[in-house]
Design a protein around this ligand. Structure first.
Ligand SMILES: Cc1ncc(C[n+]2csc(CCOP(=O)(O)OP(=O)(O)O)c2C)c(N)n1
Length: 337
């Protein structure tokens, strides 16, 4: 029998690549939280526990062709699409060379022209109608792009989500809605927020809804691939829900001990997406030493990334209002703004 990854059209090198990105994402998160506690990073939001959901789905994206409208948890998506670990620290340190917003926006508002990552808003769910709009434009232009848009379970409650899915379904737009369901919208549990699971909402719009095990990177890849292929065939949108658990507080400013139990965390850690991928690679003949060497290389890369990012210049006060007001327009005194 073929190994699972081969039935999905992946090579073992693909799975190793997925593992590497998952590990980068996790190790970045650990280091960012430390920097925050040391007072070197004002505010961070990390993706620990979401790696299977993010890397498995992002592996379906054709960089530079497909459009991506992520949300603030998607460090793993940004890494798969080519942002570096240094880029992440440039954002966290709010440096002038931060590729997302030159240090203007809150962290994790990913943005990349070449990778077609559209910068988001802190207002949750606002990415969805924009993603549907981009997909409509792609369809009108006859372009073969799919729009991948991401949100948490909490982002399926606001009207924006429903309007976007409804619109995309009516017009058969090439959108894949990926919902990372970590059971909580900050402190609000699923049960107080929705009466049906996010993937089941798809039925109300007449489109497919897939439930993926977000702790299994290959399952997420499989379900997202089906949604992506349907979109590419011009048949319309799908919802992919990937279940996972965020191991850390919502952000560095949150105290999750007030609304979650340690036992719940322990249950999820027992099926950690990175441990599971590591076990898969070991089963398929990858040596422990190779995986350990990968971890050591990432640890070195992270320290270099921190040093380099910290040495970058801070934004200049005179640039504060750039991209806020129009520039270059004539002023009454004849000069230009
Ligand atoms: C429109 C809007 N309402 C409320 C908030 C405050 N807020 C920020 S994150 C968040 C929870 C989002 O949870 P979820 O979508 O499940 O994503 P997660 O952070 O769990 O990955 C809320 C309510 C916001 N940013 N925007």
């Amino acid at each position: 029998m073929k190994p699972r990854h081969e039935t999905l059209g992946l090579t073992l090198d693909d799975v190793k690549g997925m593992y590497r990105k998952m590990l980068e994402c996790r190790m970045l998160g650990e280091r960012m939280m430390q920097l925050n506690r040391m007072g070197r990073a004002a505010f961070v939001g990390v993706a620990d526990g979401h790696e299977g959901a993010e890397i498995g789905s992002a592996w379906c994206i054709r960089r530079g062709t497909d459009w991506v409208h992520p949300y603030y948890r998607d460090v793993g998506v940004a890494l798969v699409l080519g942002q570096s670990m240094k880029d992440q620290f440039l954002g966290v340190f709010a440096k002038a060379t931060d590729p997302n917003s030159a240090g203007r926006q809150i962290v994790n508002q990913f943005s990349d022209v070449e990778a077609k990552i559209v910068t988001g808003s802190v207002c949750i769910a606002t990415q969805f109608p924009q993603a549907a709009g981009i997909a409509l434009a792609m369809k009108m232009r006859g372009e073969d792009s799919v729009v991948f848009t991401y949100g948490g379970d909490g982002s399926t409650s606001p009207g924006d989500f429903h309007e976007a899915v409804n619109f995309a379904a009516i017009h058969h737009l090439p959108v894949v809605f990926i919902i990372e369901n970590n059971l909580y919208a900050i402190s609000t549990p699923n049960a107080l927020q929705m009466s049906v699971a996010p993937h089941e909402r798809a039925r109300g719009y007449g489109i497919p809804g897939h439930l993926a095990d977000g702790t299994d990177v290959l399952d997420v890849y499989d379900k997202t691939k089906r949604a992506m292929e349907r979109a590419r065939r011009g048949e319309g949108p799908s919802i992919v829900e990937a279940t996972c658990y965020r191991y850390r507080p919502h952000s560095s400013d949150d105290d999750d001990s007030r609304y979650r139990s340690k036992d719940e965390l322990k249950d999820w850690l027992a099926r950690d997406p990175i441990d599971r991928t590591r076990a898969y690679l070991r089963e398929h003949g990858v040596a422990e030493s190779e995986l350990e060497a990968m971890r050591a290389a990432i640890a070195t890369d992270i320290e270099r990334a921190i040093d380099e990012a910290e040495a970058e210049p801070d934004p200049r006060p005179e640039d504060l209002l750039r991209h806020v007001y129009a520039e270059g327009h004539p002023l009454p005194d004849g000069t230009r703004a």
